[in-house]
Design a protein around this ligand. Structure first.
Ligand SMILES: Nc1nc2c(c(=O)[nH]1)N[C@H]1C(S)=C(S)[C@@H](COP(=O)(O)OP(=O)(O)OC[C@H]3O[C@@H](n4cnc5c(=O)[nH]c(N)nc54)[C@H](O)[C@@H]3O)O[C@H]1N2
Ligand SMILES: Nc1nc2c(c(=O)[nH]1)N[C@H]1C(S)=C(S)[C@@H](COP(=O)(O)OP(=O)(O)OC[C@H]3O[C@@H](n4cnc5c(=O)[nH]c(N)nc54)[C@H](O)[C@@H]3O)O[C@H]1N2
Ligand SMILES: [Mo]
Length: 828
């Protein structure tokens, strides 16, 4: 989220698209209803008329997997009707930047310039700016980058700052604005409706209401989640929403932003901690075997030429100090060699790649820790069969999940499986203390209520025991023991592993004195500071009360609300630096005057900056005498980009500089009406033999999957609670009345749903909440299935819906395409 939950109340228009927030985040309605009470309009765009849609003012159906067409049409509408916020776009985005004249998009091939067929990827140089001049960092004693020359700082060639050519009149045909305009000209209302299956009047109403927030004093927010992300172009879905929010001046303002309503209780924390293959903790990049084989090349590859990421070497060296402690020195590159390196084929280590390796027999052991992949990963039948080839499996969980009992699946013969399985009982959330991080980036302290039952242990204790055993094994010998033996592991208090000691590491401290750092501004690249995750610095900084989490920023429970905007700065801690709205500089114009004075986050009072939220930019600097002097307003609103500008066009994505519409991997019509290429050229794993792509002739129905309030994901936690089974006892499939009539299916009938990958049985819920859509002149039926059931469980069991989903994914994020695939349906 760029904002936070309480901020929804400040919106003038709320667009829920690709999320069912009332169902999956019921408390969000507390804030959306407050907005409605103030007169805000709420729009829902979803294939199904959901519980959320029922509360909204306007509902617009959409064919699953076609959101880029919907949003591309919105960009076209905004430009055609001149609804973009001119000053915002000119001052805070790269609209005026000139792009390489060799840049092209070819409608005939559906490809952008730079496509390398042999390598199967894009060279992105033609997507970049025309460079006017370059300048260098001032590393002299008085210069801004004097720290680079200090003792202990790793040597690296400092980056050259490129100054791009711009055309502030936005007339140059090669400027980002004109290229964007041209790119989305094809996305007319008529075309969008024909792709998405919408009717023109409803679509125009949606566009007109949401785009009214292009007025400087209006704010519109977008709430999204899996309906957007779980596609092979999921990352591009997210990007196009960011473009819309910048065009309308909705990014960085109260009541605006792009808000991913995240899932698992600590999923935001998990992503922050580097749970994806390419991200190290704090969104630093893991070393890559050829791009960054040593610390020098890492600094050169990763450090931005300008903006806040010029500080990356400070974050990296402090991270290495935490990883390897005293063993990390300037002479040994702070232990950089001991860090794992991403190999040439990083795909192998993604979730889907892992199962490919298992299936090939090259991955022999698997540790499933707090997840149930045999249930929740796509193409589950393939996954559980791949698991049969493992030598060993360990599951650390609260319950005996489908993963822990993969050998008990109805289609398995346990006598033929040799895998040795271990189960480690984990303590419940109420049986351990620590912090937890929500979608709004709030880190809140939670306290232990009761002791764990039986042998169950908190995960950090399991990790500690495991660590001790692994170290002991490596002490006796082994291949390349250094990374294990040199890693620092001193998170003990009174001789016991303790999350508070981990908090100190996450916050960061001075290596010599052990004193906690106030914030990440204090981090150094010379080895004198240690910090596991730079973005968290400041959440646990009360040095006088190191042992008391309740006396730390995360333990705060104050209700003060400056500006009456629901910012609550004294309620817990929000990374980074307790900032509640990211990019809040953009809430005021170039002179520092708030676009909407009633929702002011920061403002220049003529002499200095005032603020209700923690400013997302430098507000003062030291003068020659060391006194703080205010920094007057400038137009750098997006400090995490080297240009300081929001990117309407980017070189930062692997598969396109502008999001372009492609059909889902399995398409019900087989024609892309916007360009002549069916799928994105970079779809991941499309050729893997396990995928077994289905075609529209045999499987003409579009299927999507989703969650309900009464159950949780793979259902291990909720299907073990009798009351929840009573409320929602069985898995169901939503089928339109029209399709049900065609197939002779009545409400409650058992139904078989099948495709090339699998076949599942569920009960029909015949409904008007899903309707047939007209797409490219033809009728397309959609069905929706909940995915919370499996064979494991005490009170209710069912088939695994993921037996049907394709294990293909997005090239940027590797998320699978759970939300749009083909099936057929018959009465069972
Ligand atoms: N009670 C409960 N709460 C939960 C969860 C749970 O299982 N149970 N899960 C948690 C987790 S881990 C997560 S990630 C979040 C998920 O939260 P949500 O993203 O809200 O979850 P879903 O229900 O999977 O999907 C949201 C909506 O996307 C729609 N949709 C499907 N395909 C498309 C499409 O192509 N375009 C558009 N615009 N919409 C589409 C679906 O019909 C559905 O209504 O919820 C969290 N909260
Ligand atoms: N078809 C389809 N598939 C999907 C989705 C979809 O929308 N459609 N959604 C996807 C999404 S968004 C997600 S997040 C995944 C979820 O996929 P999973 O993470 O595999 O699903 P969960 O059921 O949440 O599994 C979490 C497990 O962790 C255990 N657990 C809970 N707390 C703790 C703890 O403190 N310690 C330990 N050790 N264990 C704990 C629970 O008992 C549970 O078994 O599913 C994905 N799969
Ligand atoms: Mo999730």
């Amino acid at each position: 989220m760029t904002g936070h939950w309480c901020d929804f109340q400040n919106a003038d228009v709320i667009l829920t698209c690709g999320s069912n927030n009332l169902e999956n985040h019921p408390i969000s309605s507390h804030w959306t209803h407050r907005a409605q009470d103030r007169g805000a309009k709420w729009i829902v765009v979803d294939p199904r008329f959901t519980r959320t849609a029922q509360m909204a003012d306007l509902y617009c159906p959409i064919r699953s997997g076609t959101d880029i067409a919907f949003y591309g049409g919105m960009i076209n509408y905004i430009i055609e009707n001149d609804l973009w916020q001119h000053d915002y776009v000119l001052d805070y985005t790269n609209a005026s930047y000139l792009i390489d004249p060799a840049y092209r998009f070819d409608v005939e091939t559906g490809l952008f310039s730079g496509w390398n067929e042999a390598k199967g990827k894009y060279e992105t140089t033609t997507w970049g700016y025309q460079v006017d001049s370059t300048s260098s960092w001032d590393t002299s004693e008085k210069g801004e980058f004097s720290w680079v020359s200090q003792d202990g700082v790793p040597a690296f060639d400092t980056p050259k700052v490129k100054h791009a050519k711009t055309d502030p009149t936005l007339q140059d045909p090669n400027c980002v604005f004109q290229l964007m305009k041209k790119h989305y000209e094809r996305y007319t209302i008529e075309k969008v409706c024909s792709v998405c299956g919408m009717d023109e009047a409803t679509l125009e109403e949606v566009y007109s209401i949401f785009c009214s927030t292009g007025a400087p004093d209006k704010a519109g927010t977008i709430l999204y989640a899996l309906g957007q992300t779980q596609h092979h172009y999921g990352a591009q879905n997210t990007r196009i929403m960011a473009m819309i929010q910048m065009l309308l001046g909705n990014a960085g303002v109260a009541g605006g932003g792009l808000n991913a309503l995240r899932g698992e209780p600590n999923v935001q924390g998990a992503t922050d901690m580097g749970m994806t293959v390419f991200d190290a903790p704090g969104y630093l990049k893991w070393p890559h075997v050829t791009a960054s084989p040593d610390l020098k090349t890492w600094c050169e590859h990763e450090t931005y030429a300008a903006g806040y990421y010029t500080n990356k070497p400070k974050f990296m060296v402090s991270f290495l100090k935490e990883f390897f402690g005293e063993r990390a020195t300037a002479d040994n590159d702070y232990g950089y060699d001991w860090l794992p390196k991403i190999p040439e084929n990083g795909d192998d280590f993604t979730t889907m790649g892992t199962f490919h390796r298992m299936d090939e027999g090259t991955m022999k052991g698997y540790f499933a820790w707090g997840q149930n992949p045999v249930h929740s990963d796509p193409n589950a039948k393939f996954s559980r069969n791949a698991m049969c080839k493992l030598d060993w499996l360990v599951v650390a969980d609260w319950f005996e999940t489908e993963t822990a009992t993969f050998w008990k699946a109805p289609d398995m013969d346990a006598s033929k499986i040799d895998t040795e399985c271990y189960f480690l009982p984990a303590a419940l959330i109420f049986e351990k203390s620590g912090t937890i991080l929500n979608s709004g980036r709030w880190m809140q302290q939670r306290y232990k209520a009761v002791e764990p039952l039986g042998d169950a242990k908190p995960d950090y204790e399991i990790a500690d025991l495991l660590h001790a055993a692994i170290v002991e094994a490596y002490r006796a010998g082994g291949v390349r023991p250094e990374p294990i033996l040199n890693a620092k592991w001193d998170y003990y208090i009174d001789g016991k592993i303790d999350p508070r000691a981990v908090d100190w590491a996450l916050n960061g401290y001075d290596v010599r004195t052990g004193k906690l750092l106030k914030n990440f501004g204090e981090l150094k690249a010379d080895g004198s500071t240690s910090n596991a995750i730079w973005i968290y610095s400041g959440f646990y900084n009360n040095d006088g009360a190191k042992l008391d989490p309740s006396a730390q920023p995360t333990g705060r429970r104050g209700h003060e609300d400056p500006g009456n905007l629901g910012l609550y700065p004294n309620w817990t801690f929000s990374w980074p630096a307790n900032r509640r709205v990211l990019y809040n500089r953009a809430s005021a114009d170039a002179q520092g005057r708030p676009w909407n004075p009633e929702r002011a986050l920061v403002w220049w009072d003529g002499e200095k900056w005032q603020h209700n939220d923690v400013p997302d930019f430098g507000i003062e600097k030291k003068d020659g005498e060391g006194n703080a002097v205010p920094i007057p307003p400038n137009t750098t609103a997006f400090i995490m980009k080297w240009e300081g500008k929001g990117n309407l066009m980017t070189t930062g994505m692997k598969d396109a500089p502008f999001p372009e519409f492609y059909e889902p991997f399995e398409t019900p019509i087989g024609v892309n009406q916007l360009n002549k290429r069916e799928n994105s050229p970079m779809i991941k794993f499309a050729d893997h033999p396990s995928v077994k792509r289905g075609d529209k002739e045999r499987y003409p129905i579009v299927a999507t999957t989703y969650s309900i309030t009464e159950h949780w994901q793979s259902g291990t936690q909720t299907r073990s609670i009798p009351a929840l089974n009573e409320a929602a006892p069985r898995q169901f499939i939503e089928i339109s009345t029209e399709l049900a009539a065609e197939k002779g299916i009545a409400n409650g009938d058992a139904v078989r749903v099948f495709n090339n990958r699998g076949s599942v049985k569920l009960n029909a819920m015949v409904t008007r909440r899903l309707r047939p859509l007209t797409v490219n002149g033809q009728t397309v039926h959609q069905v929706g299935m909940v995915h919370h059931w499996g064979w494991a469980g005490m009170f209710s069991t069912g088939d695994v819906v993921n037996d049907l989903t394709p294990n293909v994914g997005d090239p940027n994020s590797y998320i699978p395409e759970y939300k749009a695939f083909l099936v057929d349906v018959e009465k069972a």
